[in-house]
Design a binder for this molecule. Structure first.
Ligand SMILES: [Fe+2]
Length: 196
C-alpha cells in the first residue's frame, strides 16, 4: 500500500474515534517493512558504539600527543573527535526515529569492542596519527558497507545519513594521511635503486 493511502487510512480510522489523538504516530506512517526497520535500528546501535569508541580513542590521542608539531596534531584530533560526536548523535537519533531505543552498547560488559585497545604507553605524534588513521579507516570502510546494506533494506534515508557520515570520515582520513606524509612506494624504490 502506498504511503499516502496508508496515511489516509490511518487518519480516517483515527477520525472515527471520539478520543482522536492530536497527531498520527510517525511509525505508522513509515512504509519500511517493520522487520527491515528493526534490522536497520540494530545495525545503527552498533555503529553508535563504534563511533563512541573511536571518539574516545581520538580524544586520548588529542590529550596525549607530544612532539614538535603538538598544536597542529592536538587541534586536528579535536576536530576529528567533534565530527565523531556529531555522528553519534545523528545515528542514535535515527535509531529512535525508527522506533528503536538508543543504547550505548559500548558500556555493556559482554559487548565486544570493535577497535583494538588504545595503547596506554606514550607515543610520539606520528605514531598517534597512524593509530587514529587505522581506526578511522576501519570505521569508514564499515560505514561504506552499511550504506549499501541499508539501501537494500529499503531505507534510503538511513543510507543517505550514513553517506554523510562516510563522506566526512573519508575527508578526515585524508587530513590525517596528509600529515603522515607517507612516501610514494615508487619513489622509495627509485631511491633504493639509485643507492645500489
Ligand atoms: Fe581539548
Amino acid at each position: 500500500m502506498k504511503l499516502r493511502d496508508r496515511t489516509k487510512q490511518i487518519s480516517g480510522t483515527l477520525g472515527s474515534h471520539r478520543e482522536t489523538p492530536s497527531y498520527v504516530p510517525i511509525l505508522f506512517l513509515f512504509d519500511i517493512d517493520p522487520d527491515q526497520r528493526a534490522s536497520v535500528a540494530a545495525l545503527l546501535k552498533q555503529r553508535v558504539g563504534l563511533v563512541t569508541e573511536l571518539w574516545l580513542h581520538v580524544k586520548l590521542a588529542h590529550w596525549n600527543v607530544r612532539g614538535s608539531h603538538f598544536l597542529a596534531y592536538h587541534e586536528l584530533f579535536d576536530s576529528v573527535a567533534s565530527h565523531l560526536l556529531a555522528f553519534q548523535d545523528l545515528l542514535a537519533e535515527r535509531v529512535a526515529t525508527l522506533g528503536g531505543r538508543a543504547r550505548l552498547m559500548l558500556l555493556e560488559a559482554d559487548v565486544p569492542k570493535m577497535l583494538d585497545p588504545w595503547p596506554q604507553e606514550a607515543h610520539e605524534e606520528s605514531q598517534g596519527l597512524k593509530l587514529v588513521a587505522d581506526r578511522l579507516g576501519l570505521a569508514a570502510n564499515t560505514i561504506r558497507r552499511d550504506i549499501e546494506m541499508t539501501a537494500r533494506w529499503g531505507d534510503a534515508d538511513t543510507a543517505d545519513l550514513l553517506t554523510e557520515v562516510s563522506r566526512q570520515l573519508d575527508k578526515d582520513l585524508w587530513f590525517l594521511e596528509a600529515h603522515l606524509a607517507i612516501p610514494d612506494p615508487r619513489q622509495r624504490e627509485q631511491e633504493s635503486m639509485r643507492g645500489r
